[in-house]
Design a protein around this ligand. Structure first.
Ligand code: COA
Length: 415
């Protein structure tokens, strides 16, 4: 038994944001039916292709545990099948460009008419307002949601981050909304519409930067490196490089081997409670009692000097040695791990966070498994479906079409 066993999801999503949401729901046990255009499918199947003729990793890594049904939802026969799917499913998820579903003839009103219990989840770039008609991709969301303006170094341009907070982050927000709507339906008996706008999702993840925007009106942000450097603050939350963003100052520091290895670095947090341990480890025991260094407030204007001294020490150790030495002393540090290191990490394999999957077209590949672990709802990662792999199976077993009916749908070109 899985947490979402029995929940049927009509998955009308494509690219990244919507598919991450439905993949999570599939891992939690829902039956996810991915509807794709016949002969074409989700555009990502053929994007960034690394094995000729095979579905790309872009597609496979976002569509595990789903079934694929091809359907031309703009044809008459296709619309009929879609109507039956809407009647049959608990949740419908889509992330088309604004207006695409309406143009297809499936407004929210029409969908509710077909199934008042259905929950419809949508990812859009922006919520209602001046930009709601815009198409949006990951980096646009990062820029419009406050992430880019607050990422990077003070003297450099805004930066986007490697974490797909616009797409995967919004998919995650949508999944939360859908689960809440399913729970509410238990009481109300009604479905509802769930909207996750990418700008809103990114802004939610940048919450602490809006905190700083308001603090800025009351004076300089003393935990930012630029405070100690004497650089004046402007009107908006500045880019803070690798500053920790919390009340405990932190930086990324070089470790042994940094000259040749781009990832020979550690994150190092000078947590106030273990300041004495830090001083001992880096060979500055005199800083423990010195009033110029002994309190967090006294240290704030001297962060560059302090982190330079810590880095003199970290540069004599590998990033893993830093971890081994600091952890027993409760000093929070973290090695900068490359994708290569993560993909080879045995403990992540053991927990199913990194899994190896077999695929008929491309052979074995690595993917990220379910990032949340439920003790009573285990996850087995199943390879992504080939285009239309389950069309007949879904028409027959989910929608109850007979063999001759399926044959006639096929002949119409709708699947
Ligand atoms: N049968 C028939 N037509 C189908 C179909 C099917 N099974 N599936 C999709 N289509 C049609 C749509 O109806 C639409 O037609 P229309 O433009 O004539 O109305 C068309 O395919 C293209 O859909 P669209 O969503 O506009 O795709 P796109 O490639 O032009 O845009 C995005 C891609 C991601 C920019 C856009 O979908 C978007 O902004 N989505 C919302 C935000 C989002 O999720 N962004 C992140 C993506 S990771």
């Amino acid at each position: 038994m899985k947490a979402l066993e029995g929940v049927k999801i009509l998955d009308f999503t494509h690219v990244q944001s919507g598919p991450t949401c439905t993949q999570l729901l599939a891992w939690l046990g829902a039956d996810v039916i991915k509807v794709e255009r016949p002969g074409v499918g989700d555009a990502t199947r053929k994007q960034l292709v690394d094995v000729d003729g095979a579905d790309s990793l872009y597609f496979t890594m976002l569509n595990h545990n789903k079934r694929s049904l091809t359907l031309n939802t703009k044809s008459e026969a296709g619309k009929e099948v879609l109507e039956r799917l809407i009647r049959e499913c608990d949740v419908m998820v889509e992330n088309f460009a604004p207006g695409a579903l309406d143009r297809m003839g499936f407004s929210w009103e029409r969908i509710q008419e077909l199934n008042p219990r259905i929950i419809m989840g949508s990812v859009k770039g922006f919520g209602p307002g001046p930009y709601e008609e815009c198409k949006v991709y990951e980096n646009v969301a990062q820029c419009a949601g406050g992430s880019a303006s607050t990422t990077g170094f003070l003297d450099g341009p805004p930066l986007v981050t490697g974490a797909q907070i616009g797409d995967s982050g919004t998919g995650l927000h949508l999944a939360l909304g859908l689960l809440a709507a399913l729970y509410q339906r238990e009481q109300s008996g009604r479905g509802q519409r769930v909207l996750a706008a990418m700008q809103d999702g990114v802004l939610n993840l940048c919450r602490v930067k809006l905190r700083d925007q308001q603090r800025l009106q009351r004076g300089p942000l003393t935990e930012y490196s630029q405070f100690g450097e004497g650089v004046a603050f402007g009107e908006a939350t500045p880019r803070a490089g690798n500053d920790s963003g919390g009340g405990q100052p932190g930086r990324i520091l070089k470790c042994k081997g940094w000259e040749d290895d781009d990832n020979a670095y550690t994150y190092f947090i000078t947590q106030a409670a273990v300041w004495g341990n830090i001083c001992d480890v880096i060979g500055k025991p005199q800083w423990k009692e010195d009033p110029g260094y002994a309190t967090p407030g006294a240290r704030l204007p001297k962060l560059n000097e302090i982190f330079a001294a810590i880095e003199d020490w970290t540069m004599t150790k590998t990033k893993f040695e830093v971890m081994d030495i600091c952890n027993p002393l409760d000093i929070p540090v973290g090695p900068i791990l490359s994708m290569k290191e993560l993909s080879e990490e045995p403990s992540l394999r053991a927990t199913g966070t990194i899994v190896e999957v077999d695929h008929p077209e491309r052979g074995r590949y690595l993917t990220v498994g379910c990032p949340v672990k439920l003790s009573d709802s285990p996850v087995e990662v199943v390879r992504s479906p080939l285009l239309g792999e389950h069309t007949d199976e879904i028409l027959a077993s989910v929608l109850g079409y007979s063999e001759p009916e399926i044959q006639s749908i096929r002949e119409s070109g709708a699947v």
